[in-house]
Design a protein around this ligand. Structure first.
Ligand SMILES: Nc1nc2c(ncn2[C@@H]2O[C@H](COP(=O)(O)OP(=O)(O)O)[C@@H](O)[C@H]2O)c(=O)[nH]1
Ligand SMILES: [Mg+2]
Ligand SMILES: [Zn+2]
Length: 220
């Protein structure tokens, strides 16, 4: 008797398939409710939380933001952001180095979505695997910073390829670090000719207006 043939789907593909199904459901919820959802991806220390703090301050009374923030263990980022926004959920990923769509779905249950028009998702600080997990977002924003070195886009092509916008944070430190902005931009352009690149400083506020304008143009 012949054996049926089986094709083994590698576990990672199955995990991604399940993730993509949930992400599609999340996206439908955001679209139905007119919520612009932004997935923010960058290295630890690049300034994801600092940029969100500046953004939430600027949005006070103008927009209806909510934030989901992923971290391995601490609530520190959530506490920082909760000073400027009453809808913040901290997602503890334990040993997980990225957020998954199911974690977003579960965290949404803790938000009053009727009172939200823009959702920020601060992903776990990591430039690699967060890129591969669709969360249901409308846009992916990649954050680099001048202190990381101008060679980082070339070393993280997946993020550069997939990003709808790249932020170059900490431009206030440009005079003090060896960072060549033309090298940085040339690397980005090799990988992604069209992605907008915005330089900004969460600390001084330089460039924040352009970032806010990009967010205002965001379509669900
Ligand atoms: N000089 C300067 N420091 C910044 C800027 N943005 C963030 N930082 C600092 O960089 C560190 C990491 O910022 P944080 O927002 O926690 O980064 P995250 O890990 O990506 O969320 C903190 O000490 C911030 O104060 C910036 O634009 N300029
Ligand atoms: Mg953070
Ligand atoms: Zn991961």
């Amino acid at each position: 008797m012949t054996q049926p043939r089986t094709v083994r789907v590698p576990i990672s593909e199955r995990v991604l398939e399940i993730n993509d199904d949930i992400a599609t459901q999340n996206r439908a919820r955001f679209t139905d409710r007119g919520i612009f959802a932004v997935d923010i991806i960058g290295a630890p220390g690049s300034g994801k939380t600092a940029i969100l703090e500046a953004t939430l301050r600027a949005f006070a009374g103008r927009r209806k933001p909510a934030v989901l923030v992923g971290d391995l263990t601490t609530r520190r980022d959530g506490d920082r952001l909760a000073r400027y926004c009453d809808q913040v959920v901290q997602i503890s990923t334990g040993q997980g180095c990225h957020l998954e769509a199911g974690q977003i779905r579960d965290a949404l249950a803790q938000l009053d979505l009727a009172a939200v028009d823009i959702l920020f998702i601060e992903n776990v600080g990591n430039l690699i695997c967060p890129v591969g997990f669709d969360l249901g977002q409308a846009a992916k924003v990649g954050i680099f910073s001048t202190t990381e070195g101008d060679d980082k886009p070339g070393k993280h092509p997946y993020l550069v390829n997939e990003a709808d916008l790249l932020l170059l944070n900490k431009i206030d430190l440009m005079p003090y670090v060896s960072f060549d902005r033309s090298n940085f931009e040339a690397d980005v352009r090799l990988l992604n000719p069209a992605v907008p690149i915005l330089g900004l400083s969460a600390t001084t506020g330089e460039g924040i207006d352009e970032w806010l304008a990009w967010l205002e143009r965001g379509t669900v």
